[in-house]
Design a protein around this ligand. Structure first.
Ligand code: HEM
Length: 260
């Protein structure tokens, strides 16, 4: 059969994937499903891009990394903006189908966790929300011990002349990135002598600001939609989500802003 728009993109299959559960049908449930599916597709793209960045960093390819961070930053801005659409759903409308979600929650988004782990925000405790048969579980397990974007950033900085503190290199594979003052001194030193690095550092900071913005906008949307109700995933809801607000993934880059 001749390749067409529809067959190449599997459009008919894609359009079968929205299955509202509310009876009688609640109009807004379609939006709720489509927006989550759209997020998951963008998460897939981000993971794909950051795998490329990991390789770019280790190859010392500054321009390739700059190019990709420009893209991931732009995707992140789009992800933040999309929350505006969901905010057109009123609390009453959401309540009409919320109990149909049972215990399903964004909490269980494997790709969101993968992205966190990939960036270096490794939270092994989040495995307690999945059992081994959960789709994507194995992928997430592998991601936990795969070197993060930050680990590859160290490779890049080393090639640019930075001395990477031994303890950063020895950090267990499943441990979260932690800020390091000696590394920060090295980044400031390189920043002064190699102006082309400035572009990369600004773009990494842009992306990081974007992911913090997403957390803020998500928690505000949650607050206006369900108030202080518990989450369908079983957490305290807004109170739980507030804990990861303002959490950067590239902590060293934020710690040195006053030194530029
Ligand atoms: C009306 C809309 C929404 C409500 C009321 C809502 C509510 C919540 C709540 C209460 C939690 C905390 C965990 C729990 O106990 O369930 C949570 C977590 C989460 N939600 Fe949403 N959410 C909404 C839309 C979205 C959308 C559109 C996404 C996009 C993928 C999303 C992704 C996530 C993620 C990734 C987490 C885990 C965050 C973390 O662990 O740091 N949520 N959500």
């Amino acid at each position: 059969m001749e390749l067409t728009y529809g067959t190449y993109l599997h459009i008919e299959r894609l359009l079968q994937l929205q299955e509202p559960r509310s009876e009688p049908a609640e109009h807004d449930e379609t939006l709720f499903i489509i927006i989550h599916q759209t997020y998951e597709l963008w998460f897939k793209q981000l993971i794909h891009e950051f795998d490329k960045v990991r390789a770019d960093f280790s190859a010392g390819d500054l321009y390739a990394a700059i190019h990709t961070f420009k893209r991931t930053r732009t995707i992140m801005k789009t992800l933040v903006q999309q929350l505006d659409i969901l905010e057109t759903m009123t609390p009453t409308s959401f309540s009409a189908f919320r109990d149909r979600l049972d215990t399903a929650s964004g909490f269980q988004s494997v790709q969101f966790r993968e992205l966190e782990f990939q960036l270096g925000y490794k939270r092994p405790e989040t495995f307690s929300f999945y059992d081994e048969s959960y789709p994507g579980y194995e992928r997430l397990r592998r991601r936990l011990t795969t070197r993060s974007v930050v680990d590859h950033f160290y490779d890049f900085l080393e090639q640019r002349g930075a001395e990477i503190p031994e303890e950063l290199r020895k950090r267990p594979a499943d441990a979260a990135t932690a800020p390091s003052e000696p590394l920060q001194d090295e980044i400031v030193r390189l920043h002064e002598s190699q102006p082309d690095l400035v572009i990369l550092i600004e773009l990494m900071t842009d992306f990081d600001e974007g992911q913090q913005e997403w957390r803020y906008r998500h928690v505000k949307m949650v607050e206006r939609t369900i108030g202080n109700k518990r989450g369908t995933g079983g957490s305290l809801g807004v109170e739980f989500l507030r804990k990861s607000l303002f959490k950067p993934v590239f902590e060293d880059l934020w710690a040195i802003r006053h030194r530029f």
